[in-house]
Design a protein around this ligand. Structure first.
Ligand code: NAD
Length: 422
């Protein structure tokens, strides 16, 4: 079993640290956010992720997982360093590598000979070399190991990966890294660091493109009178296409797709390749949020001024508390700009936000509203008491941007129902 340090203890880092401990390794998770580390030392996980808190507490109890604020010489005992720091978007769309550079600079005096730095952050092609240049030592290896977990099912995805990719100039080092995940029995791919870094961006860009394509087909369905549910099923049953990741929605968001698609466009540009396909996808996705607001406006006969819109769901997807680049927040801000009063409820959100009045109860959120909008696919919205909602609202309108409700039951209760492409 290996001695491992995980650098950066966010969604990816904490999941990586807790799961590597579960696989039997001895793990220390390092972060520069002192309050986060203090909470984790008490076994409190702020991230909403199925099983994560239980595994974290169990591994701490078994003394295979500990948390550390900042860097010190005890890290020299580690053989492997998983770098899981943020790579947010710069103003020009490129990925900001400053967190990666800072982490590598902090590790430089601490890593022992033969250690391997493993870059799990999503980084532009060439970033393995950036870390190598900072470390500047022949006896330290740097590899790329992109992470493909999805928020909402992070632990399950980590423990059951479709593939584990390691990009390294040195096959033996790649095999050492893969041996850390041996008990997962997953498909492996060893390739160059450049290919590995490209695989991560190409995967996210493909998924974003797939969703945008489905949203475009849903828009077409509305024009031609087809039902997107039937169309998607008919298309997805073709095994070359598949049924997964084929649900229309309010537009994609979250902590990864928006920044990763922009970064890939910039990576392509910098290399001399124009990427009109991906630029089109990003532009279309931006217009999807306005399309949702136009739908709301049309259900309110064109008038949004002073209309109360009740948004159900604020996180970018269900089963997480991550609000980064959430479609709901984009939609709320366009609504506000067009004069609407925005109420919102989300099972994981209680703090007030600018321009949105937050409720801690779905029914209170709907009170006096002219329209109810399902923005995030939280399961609990399937179990709303429709009669009660109808009595509380000023007008009975529902826009289901996730196509999750049964239209018939809402229509039977006197609601005007609209979905996306149905
Ligand atoms: P996050 O913001 O949740 O966590 C990052 C953590 O790194 C924070 O706790 C921060 O305090 C810490 N940190 C920053 N600088 C540090 C430093 N110098 N030393 C130690 N810790 C430091 O980020 P995340 O969502 O976990 O994403 C991390 C990386 O993984 C990004 O590149 C992201 O694109 C990628 N990724 C994210 C997901 C996802 O679903 N969130 C999935 C796959 C890949």
């Amino acid at each position: 079993m290996a001695q491992i340090a995980v650098v950066g203890t966010g969604y990816v880092g904490l999941t990586t640290g807790a799961c590597l401990a579960l696989l039997g390794h001895d793990v220390v998770c390092v972060d520069i956010n002192e309050s986060k580390i203090n909470m984790l030392k008490q076994g409190t996980v702020e991230i909403v992720e199925d099983q994560l808190q239980d595994i974290t507490q169990d591994m701490m109890f078994k003394q295979r997982l500990r948390f550390q604020f900042g860097y010190d010489s005890t890290l020299s005992e580690c053989e492997y360093f998983f770098i899981c720091v943020p790579t947010p978007q710069n103003e020009d769309g490129t990925a900001d590598l400053s967190f990666l550079r800072t982490a590598a600079t902090s590790l430089k005096p601490l890593v022992r000979s033969g250690a391997v730095l493993i870059n799990k952050s999503t980084v532009p092609v060439g970033s393995t070399t950036v870390v190598e240049e900072i470390i500047d030592r022949e006896d330290i290896h740097v590899v790329s190991n992109p992470e493909f977990l999805r928020e909402g099912s992070a632990v399950q995805d980590f423990l059951n990966p479709d593939r584990i990719v390691v990009g390294s100039k040195n096959r033996q080092v790649a095999e050492r890294v893969l041996s850390l995940f041996e008990s997962l029995n997953s498909t492996h791919l060893i390739c160059s660091p450049e290919s590995s870094e490209t695989i991560k961006y190409a995967s996210n860009a493909f998924l974003a493109t797939k969703l945008t394509y489905v949203n475009a087909i849903a828009a077409l369905c509305e024009h031609v009178g087809a039902n997107v549910d039937d169309v998607i099923r008919g298309v997805g049953l073709d095994r070359r296409i598949g049924l997964e990741y084929m649900n229309p929605g309010p537009g994609w968001g979250g902590s990864c797709f928006p920044k990763d698609t922009q970064a890939l466009i910039r990576i392509a540009e910098a290399s001399g390749y124009d990427f009109p396909l991906l630029r089109g996808v990003v532009d279309l996705n931006d217009s999807q949020f306005s399309r949702m607001v136009d739908k709301i406006a049309s259900m309110l006969l064109g008038e949004l001024e002073n209309k109360v819109v009740a948004l159900l769901g604020l996180t970018f997807k269900a089963n997480t508390n991550d609000l980064r680049e959430s479609p709901s927040i984009r939609i709320a801000s366009i609504l506000k700009h067009r004069g609407a009063i925005v109420h919102a409820y989300d099972p994981t959100v209680s703090e007030q936000m600018p321009d949105i009045r937050i409720f801690t109860d779905a029914y209170e959120c709907c009170s006096n509203a002219q329209i109810l909008v399902i923005c995030t696919e939280w399961n609990e919205f399937l179990h709303l008491d429709i009669e009660k909602v109808g009595l509380l609202m000023d007008q009975k309108n529902v826009l289901d941007t996730r196509n999750m409700l049964n239209p018939e039951t809402w229509i039977e209760s006197g609601f005007t129902y609209r979905g996306v492409g149905r």
